[in-house]
Design a protein around this ligand. Structure first.
Ligand code: ADE
Length: 231
């Protein structure tokens, strides 16, 4: 690993990451800010993409192609689909899918377009390191499927569709697009989320209340993972 990319979607998701660094070099590019820092000799680029799959794809691609990052970690919040996941709980994605990608009219499965796959897997090596860090720090972390779409999900109907169609454990709005970019460009990547809401009728209230605290839970764990990776 020569240069590490760390992404979030929202400013609130990268703020608790940036707090760990001094001497931050800010570069503006493609209507976004990129924060270059270093940790014990490791060069790191941090950015929030803005919400959704298009912005997340742009930022992931920029971090890889313009800044030369060769490993990518994502930190942020998600809505729970698996009823065992409660607010503040951590989930690492073993695979991700796009729940709103739909050409079923032509007989294809949900989440599939020709040339792609329904599910994209994350790096097993990075997951193993994350699990080691979790057990050393007695953190409870679930490994599971994350479904991504350009929708803030706040209904049991949509949530049940995502559960039944993809057997997803959590949902959010960026992960699978970052996964497609990294997989296509051969960049090992890892998607971490802490639960902010349950994607039900209360979701928008819970999200507002727990965005900051859950983002911090995710960021604190991610920083521990980065330190372990850099050992
Ligand atoms: N991220 C956090 N909660 C979410 C929700 N309910 N829908 C989509 N993305 C989210």
């Amino acid at each position: 690993m020569n240069k590490l990319a760390i992404m979030g979607a929202m400013q609130e998701e990268i703020e608790p990451l940036l707090e760990n660094f001094e001497n931050i070099k800010v570069t503006e590019y493609a209507k976004n800010k990129y924060y270059e820092v270093s940790l014990d000799g490791l060069d790191i680029v941090i950015a929030h993409s803005k919400i959704g799959k298009v912005f997340a794809s742009l930022t992931a691609t920029t971090m890889i192609e313009k800044f030369g990052c060769d490993t990518l970690l994502f930190s942020g919040v998600a809505g729970a689909v698996n009823s065992e996941l409660k607010i503040g709980d951590l989930i690492i994605a073993d695979k991700l899918c796009q729940h709103d990608l739909d050409i079923t009219a032509f007989g294809h499965p949900h989440g599939y377009v020709p040339g792609g796959d329904v599910f994209v897997e994350t790096s097993k090596e990075l997951r193993e390191v994350a699990k080691e860090v979790a057990s050393e720090n007695s953190l409870k972390v679930i490994e599971g499927t994350i479904a991504t779409g350009d929708q803030f999900v706040h209904s049991t109907q949509r949530k049940d569709f995502i559960l039944n169609t993809f057997k997803a454990d959590a949902l959010e709005m960026e992960g699978a697009s970052v996964a497609v970019v990294c997989d296509s460009l051969n960049i090992p990547f890892f998607i971490l989320r802490a639960i902010s809401d349950s994607a039900d009728m209360e979701a928008n209230f819970d999200f507002d209340e727990f965005l900051k605290s859950s983002a911090k839970i995710s960021a604190d764990y991610l920083i521990q993972i980065v330190k372990k990776l850099n050992k």
